[in-house]
Design a protein around this ligand. Structure first.
Ligand code: SF4
Ligand code: SF4
Length: 335
């Protein structure tokens, strides 16, 4: 079953179009609707030490908070938010167990961009003259905020969007549009309260986080978050007290896996062009960086780069604790 968020009355063709592309939720919000409290929450977090190494979030703040400006889609009217599931891991060689689930296989940015482009083209076939631009975890776009405003779901205490009936294992994409006949549409203006889908006593995600990166208000301390520290390009080493908790050389799934809302039984992720990037963690660490980088082409790992990933994989080898997490050094599950 699709989860339908806020959809204009004559836009129900959209749910069929997104379903055909494997999406599980869709909704539309006006592009000028970011409420003040969300802006204030973002500004206070981004100017605090908790934004860590995510320096790109400090750029283009005016456009991020007002996508009608030049930079996203000038005079955009609305944002179509779409959620795609990645819950079911695909069968890949064991080395991929050291990569966060959403980043396994082909780079999802490319997969989703193609899907969003086909969906946007279909909207434009219904409304000729439509202007549109698609985003997948790119550009100054507050994707979780738009997903909430489009009524795809609610922010959970792990900072992720919980889509009712599917959970938090979703990837988000946006289509900004203008020149569409949306003038008379009533958009929802009050987003659902954060955590309203979290049981009052549930703290599973916080307990699953080994570094204490999740605060009670659902904001992430990026300086402590293994995902932020291992996925983004960095110029400094990860503090030892943090890297001792690494169980992957790219990303971290713990606060996501912990959520009892997860139900997703399918995935839109696709196999990579080259799946066998290394036979073991040791082979990954000691491979010539240039050849490894070529093997990573077309995956999410490419942008982070072989050199950084090899360093992070070396941290895993250094951690005797990683053996306790259920995998041997080849990434195979220890029975
Ligand atoms: S991704 Fe990992 S380190 Fe980051 S908040 Fe979640 S559990 Fe903590
Ligand atoms: S684990 Fe519990 S508290 Fe955390 S996001 Fe899921 S439901 Fe909410």
């Amino acid at each position: 079953m699709m989860h339908i968020g806020n959809l204009p009355p004559n836009w129900h063709f959209l749910s069929k179009a997104v379903q055909k592309e494997g999406a599980i939720a869709v909704g539309v919000s006006a592009s000028n609707l970011i409420p003040d409290w969300i802006k204030e929450r973002f500004m206070s977090w981004v100017s605090s030490p908790h934004s860590g190494n995510l320096h790109y979030l400090k750029k283009n703040i005016d456009v991020r908070l007002n996508p009608r400006l030049e930079g996203i889609l000038k005079d955009s009217q609305a944002v179509v938010s779409i959620a795609f599931p990645y819950g079911k891991p695909m069968a890949l060689p064991p080395i991929w167990n050291y990569v966060a689930t959403h980043a396994r296989g082909r780079d999802y940015h490319n997969t989703l961009r193609n899907k969003l482009t086909r969906i946007a083209t279909q909207i434009a076939s219904v409304y000729p003259g439509l202007k549109w631009r698609v985003f997948v975890d790119s550009g100054p776009v507050m994707e979780r905020t738009w997903a909430v405003l489009s009524e795809l779901g609610v922010i959970g205490r792990n900072g992720m969007i919980i889509v009712p009936g599917y959970g938090v294992k979703v990837l988000l994409g946006e289509i900004f549009i203008s020149n569409a006949p949306l003038d008379r549409v009533a958009f929802s203006t009050i987003p659902r309260e954060p955590f309203s889908l979290c049981d009052a006593s549930c703290r599973r995600c916080q307990r699953a986080c080994p570094t204490g990166a999740l605060s009670e208000d659902g904001l992430v301390d990026a300086g402590k978050c293994l995902s932020c520290l291992t996925v983004e390009r960095r110029t400094y080493t990860i503090p030892e007290n943090i890297r001792l908790h690494l169980d992957k050389f790219f990303g971290c799934d713990r606060c996501i896996d912990a959520c009892p809302h997860n139900r997703a039984q399918f995935s839109i992720l696709e196999p990579p062009a080259i799946a066998n990037i290394a036979n073991s963690l040791e082979e990954f660490v000691y491979a010539p960086a240039e050849s490894l980088q070529q093997l990573l082409a077309g995956t999410c790992l490419y942008r982070t780069g072989a050199v950084q990933l090899q360093q992070q994989a070396q941290f895993l080898l250094d951690n005797s604790s990683y053996r306790c997490l259920g995998y041997n050094s080849d990434g195979k599950e220890v029975k």
